[in-house]
Design a protein around this ligand. Sequence first.
Ligand code: SAH
Length: 222
Amino acid sequence: MAQPMAEDEETPEERLARLILALRSQGVTHPAVLTAIETTPRDLFTPELFKARSWEDSALPIACGQTISQPFIVGLMTQALRLEPRSRVLEIGTGSGYQSAILSKVARLVYTVERYRTLMAEAQTRFAALGLTNIITRFGDGGDGWPEQAPFDRIMVTAAAPDEPKTLLAQLKPAGVLVAPIGKGPVQSLRRYTGDGKGGFAVEVLTEVRFVPLLDGVAKEL
Ligand code: SAH
């Protein structure tokens, strides 16, 4: 619910405009990616307690001890994926569903996997509310990818993999792109793997990031 506004307080539109400017100035310049961020109400994806901070460029806590990613990182990772309008994308770690929503506006189809039932259910409600019908969800261990739907044009991992995600790379098309945070500690390196069409990959380190870890199996709790 909207709070009564003090005169010097920014409107949600002003906050969004400021966020877009900040993203641009940090190198998120792809028009379709910026439009996706501009047209996706992040406040639908944040918990009640943090709604007022939805337009800040920061990660925020969500249920099950997880996080909704920082908008800059969402923009950067989406742009790094080099999506094409016809791309079929696999996302590991649905979380709030915010990143899936952004992907769904730039790509043709998004397959997203989450290991918490509660998060999956909440994300599905949000996709329905926004009329995002090109997102296909699955409750499961994303470490296994989605073999029945492979190969994918693009894969994005939004939880930190301890090392090279071989199972996921095997589900990528020969000239596909996979973007993932890789590392065992609290700070990981964001890597981009680009298929060379012959079974090999070029690997680039894009920046340092802080993601929650990619865990094995589905969550026992809700
Ligand atoms: N893309 C999300 C970020 C969520 S944080 C967003 O925009 O909100 C990372 C998510 O990855 C968490 O929800 C966590 O539960 C999930 N996750 C971690 N390990 C996983 C696994 N093996 N399979 C599926 N999801 C996993």
